[in-house]
Design a protein around this ligand. Structure first.
Ligand SMILES: Cc1ncc(COP(=O)(O)O)c(C=O)c1O
Length: 455
């Protein structure tokens, strides 16, 4: 390829080379014979642009990571400045200013009592850390506990520990023989509520199952792990904060840890900076990733309490230390991006602006509820989901082989929108810099896509 090649030629070249050497995530590679990957040349704000000059409105924040748009000037500047100082340093035995500042800020912003930050590079690793740390805590306290409790339809990542506490068959089933035997309790998912039942009543009623599991298994259980308020990968299924209140009280009563996996819902997605705030609780472990760096660089963190930290604090010879590590733990460039992201939250009244955007999304999508193949439009803050069904009355789903959500996705790509559905759930989880006119555009494309896909 030379400078003389046209952009479509460059695009074609990238795709051919890609298909020779890459293996893409969450993809049946054979599908690329008919639908090659889209080569993105650049991004700006909510927009991605390919080599043919086609644009795509990133309605899913590139797998829920992007908060303040692509090529955000403030985050760009912070990373560039950091690049001139220090790109990386081992975090065992060494430290650096960006990570100390970031940790101080996270501790100040998180629910009270979360006092220590342990870093990793991606969400799944943060989940592994919380599981191991909880297990190890009980061991250091002289107790042998090996079980974890989680909710049906939950998702916590793709590594073996994370898959063990997840429950989305599509990702988990194949690997079942390799996994820890965790305890699964029915999700308080409000989509499953009885006609006339409020979401809060449904969540409260479903809590009885969790209480029973805790009563039975507390003696052998390290922790309960949940995605607070929204089960994202499980189809953006939502539940009421009262469930978290009850769960927190029960974990205290039964002396079991509570792990709040806010990797997808943290940083303003649900309307508050952290979803746990809506229940007024402090979990024993709070997991953050994705939006932590504004969607720029891989970084995740497991925040925990002083009592947990102190259970590991001893003479080296006592063999109580948490000897877990990842090479890129606390990478300074990622920390600089995270600090710039927190600056934007501090300076720009983001949560209030999001409230207005969320209200706008509610109004703009109200008519979807009347569609003959839409069972529910649900929303929490900056997450709005539209559930397509075969039969509106019985809510019977389409057969998965029909891939109606995929049809909406393809319709979106042909009409300037990246709307990657979860099964038959089409959703908007856009960067917070989206404008009202852009929401209108998404709504129009999603409506047309759903209408065509369900005919
Ligand atoms: C709630 C939750 N936990 C953990 C993860 C795993 O994060 P990662 O993909 O960065 O490993 C995800 C990813 O979508 C998630 O939604």
């Amino acid at each position: 390829m030379t400078e003389k090649n046209t952009l479509p030629e460059i695009r074609q070249n990238i795709i051919q080379r890609d298909l020779r050497v890459l293996w893409h995530p969450c993809t049946q590679m054979r599908d690329h014979e008919d639908y090659p990957p889209i080569a993105i040349r650049r991004g700006s704000g909510v927009w991605l642009e390919d080599y043919d000059g086609r644009r795509y409105l990133d309605a899913i924040s590139s797998w829920w990571v992007n908060l303040f748009g692509h090529a955000n000037p403030r985050i760009n500047a912070a990373i560039t400045e950091q690049l001139g100082q220090l790109e990386h340093v081992i975090l065992a035995g060494f430290t650096h200013e960006p990570i100390v500042t970031l940790s101080e800020r996270l501790v100040a912003l998180a629910p009270p009592g979360l006092a220590r930050c342990f870093y990793a590079s991606d969400g799944s690793s943060a989940v592994e850390i919380a599981l191991k740390m909880s297990f190890h805590y009980w061991r250091n306290r002289g107790k042998s506990r090996t079980r974890f409790i989680s909710l049906s339809n939950s998702y916590h990542g793709e590594t073996l520990g994370a898959l063990s506490v997840g429950d989305v068959a599509l990702y988990k089933e194949t690997y079942e023989p390799l996994l820890l035997k965790s305890i699964t309790v029915p999700s308080p998912d409000c989509y499953q509520r009885e006609p006339g039942e409020s979401c809060a009543d449904h969540s409260t009623r479903l809590f009885a199952e969790m209480d029973a599991a805790l009563a039975r298994h507390a003696h052998e259980t390290c922790a309960v792990i949940v995605e607070p308020l929204v089960q994202c990968a499980g189809g953006m299924r939502m539940y009421d904060p009262v469930y978290l209140e009850l769960l927190h009280a029960a974990c205290t009563k039964y002396n079991v840890h509570l792990i709040a996996d806010e990797i997808a819902v943290g940083f303003g997605r649900t309307g508050t900076l952290f979803a746990c705030e809506q229940a007024g609780i402090t979990p024993d472990f709070l997991l953050l990733g994705k939006g932590l760096t504004g969607g720029y660089l891989p970084l995740s963190v497991c925040l925990t309490t002083d009592p947990v930290y102190e259970a590991f604090y001893a003479e080296y010879s006592a063999q109580k230390a948490f000897l877990h590590s990842h090479s890129y733990t606390g990478n300074p460039l990622a920390c600089a991006a995270a600090n710039a992201t927190l600056d934007i939250f501090r300076d720009d009244d983001v949560l209030n602006r999001n409230r207005k955007l969320a209200d706008y999304m509610t109004r703009a999508t109200a008519h979807f509820a009347d569609h003959a193949h839409v069972a529910e439009v649900r929303q929490r803050g900056m997450i709005l989901a539209i559930e397509m069904v075969q039969d509106k009355q019985t809510r019977s789903p389409y057969r998965w082989q029909e891939r109606r959500g995929l049809a909406v996705y393809r319709h979106g790509l042909a009409n300037e929108a990246l709307l990657r559905a979860l099964g038959d759930v089409v959703y908007f989880m856009p960067p917070y810099v989206i404008q009202e006119a852009e929401i209108d555009q998404l709504v129009k494309v999603a409506w047309e896509g759903i209408d065509r896909a369900t005919r």
